[in-house]
Design a protein. Structure first.
Length: 247
């Protein structure tokens, strides 16, 4: 008897689906001049995939990241993010839902570490886990493991990171972004200010996130880093061409 093979195609699960996105900044201090960042931008990212945003300075890469994290409002379009198994539109969500998506679905490593003064490094890194309801001892243990992996000296864990070097702050930033293993990661220059050893640590974290099914969108000015982790590149210059102006 012939063996029947399963030929069913496995369709990757979409985690982020942005369509028709338009963003314009209005410069109120300069005669209400309007600067178009992009027009009709569409982008979808699947689970386990890393998409790198590419384009010259001013192409809107960091602006798009802030929009995806709901820090910036958009002129029009939809920003669908898979949250609790359903696609929710961050562009039209109530503030409470948007905050819940940030807490349980969206991880964000920005270019700069922004924390409350005098809060210890250990607490900064453990906070995303505590917000998820992780027991304090476990949250602290996982934070210590992440800090050690990123070569942040133990003598600094009890200190506030505001006085750390740029490289040390960035490692704390990365540790905080990865410690909760969220399903979507937004990475804005995660290897900035890092030496080769710590850069490799971040690459390993990204690979592990992809392996567990996280969707990753990143800005990587270091071409070697981008080539190492990105499955495809999204060229922001296409959106500039559509809008006709840079920002």
């Amino acid at each position: 008897m012939a063996t029947k093979h399963n030929t069913e195609t496995i369709i990757p699960q979409t985690m982020i689906d942005v369509s028709g996105l338009a963003k314009t900044f209005v410069l109120h201090t300069q005669g209400s001049a309007r600067i178009s960042v992009f027009e009709n931008l569409s982008l979808a990212v699947n689970a386990g995939e890393c998409v790198a945003l590419d384009g010259p300075s001013g192409a809107g890469k960091s602006t798009l990241m802030r929009i995806l994290y709901a820090n910036y409002r958009i002129d029009r379009g939809v920003i669908h993010v898979r949250h609790d198994g359903e696609m929710v539109d961050l562009a039209s969500s109530a503030p409470r839902l948007m905050l819940d998506v940030r807490r349980r679905t969206l991880g964000y490593v920005s270019q700069f570490l922004r924390v409350i003064p005098r809060v210890s490094t250990l607490d900064v890194v453990a906070e995303p886990l505590r917000a998820l309801g992780t027991e304090e001892t476990e949250a602290d243990d996982r934070a210590r493991t992440m800090l050690a992996r990123l070569n942040v000296p133990e003598r600094l864990w009890g200190l506030a990171p505001a006085t750390f070097s740029g490289g040390e702050q960035q490692r704390v930033n990365v540790a905080r972004g990865f410690v909760a293993e969220l399903p979507v990661l937004l990475l804005d220059e995660p290897t900035a200010s890092l030496d080769a050893i710590n850069r490799q640590c971040v690459l390993s974290l990204i690979d592990e996130a992809k392996a567990r099914g996280a969707a990753v969108i990143g800005i990587f000015h270091d071409r070697e880093v981008r080539d190492a982790v990105a499955d495809r590149v999204f060229d922001m210059r296409e959106t500039l061409a559509a809008s006709g102006e840079a920002a």
